[in-house]
Write a protein that binds this ligand. Structure first.
Ligand SMILES: *[C@@H]1O[C@H](CO)[C@@H](O)[C@H](O)[C@H]1NC(C)=O
Ligand SMILES: *[C@@H]1O[C@H](CO)[C@@H](O)[C@H](O)[C@H]1NC(C)=O
Ligand SMILES: *[C@@H]1O[C@H](CO)[C@@H](O)[C@H](O)[C@H]1NC(C)=O
Ligand SMILES: *[C@@H]1O[C@H](CO)[C@@H](O)[C@H](O)[C@H]1NC(C)=O
Ligand SMILES: *[C@@H]1O[C@H](CO)[C@@H](O)[C@H](O)[C@H]1NC(C)=O
Ligand SMILES: *[C@@H]1O[C@H](CO)[C@@H](O)[C@H](O)[C@H]1NC(C)=O
Ligand SMILES: *[C@@H]1O[C@H](CO)[C@@H](O)[C@H](O)[C@H]1NC(C)=O
Ligand SMILES: *[C@@H]1O[C@H](CO)[C@@H](O)[C@H](O)[C@H]1NC(C)=O
Ligand SMILES: *[C@@H]1O[C@H](CO)[C@@H](O)[C@H](O)[C@H]1NC(C)=O
Length: 401
């Protein structure tokens, strides 16, 4: 890709045309030397595209603000990219398929609109001493990064960090994630911490080794923990998941699925969930308690090896109720809630073959668990509808369809 929107001036003519360069829509750099032409621009009005022919060390020094994008794709010989002056990128900072890039050094960068880094197999760390704190959207995928030190966001809309197999820690001060956070498949040794996160729209954590959410109070959409090897999942301040005023279909579910080391879940103040609450395939989890949970617009679905679940405050379950444990549980209390507090299909049993999602309209209901005649708006089981809007959150809840 050799976009040649402009011809770079020869060095002799440089001072004459420098002013023009600064206001070009797209500046294409074909070599490290081309970057020198930008030295006298304080603001670049357009975008900078580094062509796939750039190689070695490229430093874009001089400009403080880039109003457009900085893009570099497929430059297989680029080893180092940096800037000692750029503080703000008004558009997207996109780096894609840079096989040898091992140094990314932006000493003044604090703000970008979108950051998109994909396939950077040699990049192991960032040199961002000023710390990037503002970004609407962040996508970091398939890099060799073992740390994201240098990125500490105050605000972000979408945060998507996946397939960075060496990543060991990620901590960010962000208080609100206004659209989505998805941290998935970054190897098995990633400790994630959001010390100040108060609310997030949707949140998915997959394959992390620990997750700290001490301040999280509200998840407007869905919250899911899948395939982690965390021993505990604790959300001490979380009160609501999803918008309880909406139907389960647009609500937002809570899922804890296939967390093999999980032995302690703690959601001490969780009061309402607009979609389903699913706890399944957590083989080490021997107790389930939601001490403050009152309202679930979707289904309650617990399957595993646990003692009688504790739901002391439960007042309204609009979807189904499926509780199956390989350990002896006492269903009598839940039986008495059938058709009253629990409106959907009811299953509660001790069985060697504890299955989640049983009782859905397409599933076979077992003979010892008669179906309720009183169906809720959310459907006989409530989970499928609850989940329909959240396919992006991945997968396992879909098993309930
Ligand atoms: C990545 O860049 C290399 C050049 O360094 C190119 O040969 C290869 O096709 C690119 N891969 C993809 C998936 O675009
Ligand atoms: C986070 O969201 C809350 C509630 O919407 C708002 O009051 C607060 O100002 C936001 N904080 C930041 C840092 O955006
Ligand atoms: C938890 O919520 C309470 C009440 O809203 C608040 O005072 C406290 O600071 C929160 N804790 C954390 C760690 O954010
Ligand atoms: C999410 O919930 C917070 C806290 O209740 C609220 O301030 C914010 O506006 C909600 N965001 C969306 C996108 O609904
Ligand atoms: C959560 O994600 C789903 C699916 O992408 C989307 O439809 C929904 O609007 C999101 N919720 C919020 C509160 O942003
Ligand atoms: C990652 O999580 C998924 C569930 O979302 C699980 O199927 C997969 O086995 C996990 N990967 C590892 C390596 O544990
Ligand atoms: C689970 O974690 C909570 C919160 O840290 C703690 O209070 C509780 O004692 C733990 N329970 C077990 C069984 O470890
Ligand atoms: C639980 O594990 C079983 C067996 O591996 C699998 O068939 C089932 O789909 C899983 N259920 C969920 C909800 O992940
Ligand atoms: C119950 O525990 C055993 C071993 O402790 C495990 O193999 C099995 O998958 C667990 N079953 C469920 C449904 O979690």
């Amino acid at each position: 890709m050799f976009a040649k929107q402009i011809l770079l001036p020869a060095l002799a003519a440089w001072s004459v045309s420098a002013a023009n360069i600064c206001s070009e829509t797209t500046i294409t750099l074909n070599s490290a030397a081309d970057a020198a032409a930008l030295a006298s621009c304080s603001t670049i009005a357009g975008s900078i595209v580094l062509s796939s022919t750039v190689s070695g060390v490229v430093s874009i020094d001089g400009p403080q603000q880039i109003k457009g994008d900085i893009v570099c794709e497929d430059a297989g010989q680029l080893t180092s990219l940096g800037s000692s002056s750029i503080g703000t990128i008004g558009g997207t900072f996109r780096l894609t398929n840079l096989t040898l890039l091992s140094t990314l050094s932006m000493s003044d960068l604090t703000s970008v609109k979108a950051l998109e880094w994909t396939a950077l197999p040699a990049l192991s760390q960032l040199t961002f001493p000023s710390v990037l704190s503002k970004a609407n959207a962040v996508l970091i995928t398939n890099t060799f990064l073992s740390t994201l030190d240098g990125i500490n966001l105050q605000t972000v809309g979408t945060l998507n960090i996946n397939n960075n197999n060496r990543l060991k820690t990620f901590s960010t001060q962000v208080a609100n994630i206004t659209q989505l956070v998805d941290i998935s498949s970054n190897g098995q040794n990633l400790d994630v911490s959001f010390p100040n996160l108060i609310w997030a729209a949707n949140a998915t954590f997959r394959n992390v080794s620990s997750i700290k959410l001490p301040s999280l109070a509200t998840v407007n959409g869905s919250l899911g923990f899948y395939g982690t090897n965390s021993e505990s999942i604790i959300a001490p301040n979380l009160t609501t998941v999803g918008d309880i005023t909406k139907s389960a279909s647009v609500g937002g579910s809570l899922a804890l699925v296939a967390n093999s080391a999980l032995s302690n879940i703690s959601f001490p103040v969780l009061k309402s969930v607009a979609g389903a609450v699913q706890v399944a395939n957590n083989t080490a989890l021997s107790a389930i308690s939601f001490p403050a949970l009152e309202t679930v617009n979707g289904a309650i679905d617990f399957a595993g090896n646990f003692s009688t679940p504790e739901l002391p405050e439960i007042k309204d379950v609009k979807g189904g109720f499926n509780v199956q444990s390989t350990v002896k549980i006492d269903c009598s209390n839940f039986e008495s809630m059938k058709n009253k507090i629990i409106q959907g299909t009811f299953t509660c049993k001790t069985t060697a073959d504890a299955k989640s999602g049983v009782g859905s309209s397409t599933g076979t209901s077992s003979s010892d668990s008669p179906t309720s005649s009183k169906k809720s708006d959310a459907g006989s089981f409530g989970v499928s509808e609850a989940v329909a809007g959240f396919s992006v959150l991945g997968g396992l809840l879909q098993m309930l369809l």
